[in-house]
Design a protein around this ligand. Structure first.
Ligand code: FES
Length: 185
């Protein structure tokens, strides 16, 4: 784990104070450690080394124990995750069907590399080994949803659709705020 993975999180980040307030309400135990890690991931979006060390110090646990729990449960993540996490399968079946080209397209279109998140927080990119759907190679998942027989044009369309969906959701949220504001007057 490198410090570059934790870019943007400094010790005076106000989210640490919120995490500490949560920690004060509980006692060190295996269950409480998991609850604290959930809270930390909710606040920071992922669990980089700085956050894990902070949790370990606050709970009086060895950092290795915290790291062990973070890596044991697959709902904890060590890398930033976007609203739409994209996972490109680079297993053998997908690779021979052109997964490398699909990955390059996502990298170009989103301007990020695997392990990174777009500046607007919409997309993150990961690669993985066989997803168990080789008959649909090349396979991509978006937020856990499987998209098989992926082509470069389908990948471009997918990104465009997700951008549109996010913009529509944002517009809807803006409308709801305006409505509440209007009703309050
Ligand atoms: S190699 Fe990609 S799903 Fe099996």
């Amino acid at each position: 784990m490198t410090h570059s993975a934790c870019k943007g999180i400094t010790p005076d980040d106000p989210r640490f104070a919120e995490l500490d307030a949560f920690i004060q309400d509980g006692r060190a135990s295996a269950d409480f450690l998991i609850a604290v890690l959930h809270k930390a991931q909710q606040l920071f979006g992922y669990l980089p080394e700085e956050v894990q060390r902070h949790v370990a110090a606050k709970l009086g646990l060895p950092p290795s124990e915290v790291y062990g729990v973070v890596t044991f449960y697959n709902y904890f993540t060590l890398t930033p995750v976007g609203k739409y996490p994209i996972n490109v399968c680079m297993g053998t079946a997908c690779y021979v069907q052109g997964a490398g080209r699909i990955l390059s397209l996502f990298e170009r279109e989103l301007g990020i590399q695997p392990g990174q998140v777009t500046p607007d927080g919409l997309f993150s990119l990961e690669v993985c080994r066989c997803l168990g759907a080789c008959g649909l190679a090349p396979v991509v998942t978006v937020a856990g949803e499987v998209h098989g027989k992926m082509t470069e044009s389908a990948a471009l369309k997918l990104v465009a659709e997700l951008r549109e969906r996010a913009a529509a959701e944002q517009a809807e949220a803006g409308k709801a705020v305006a409505t509440v504001g209007g009703e309050a007057q």
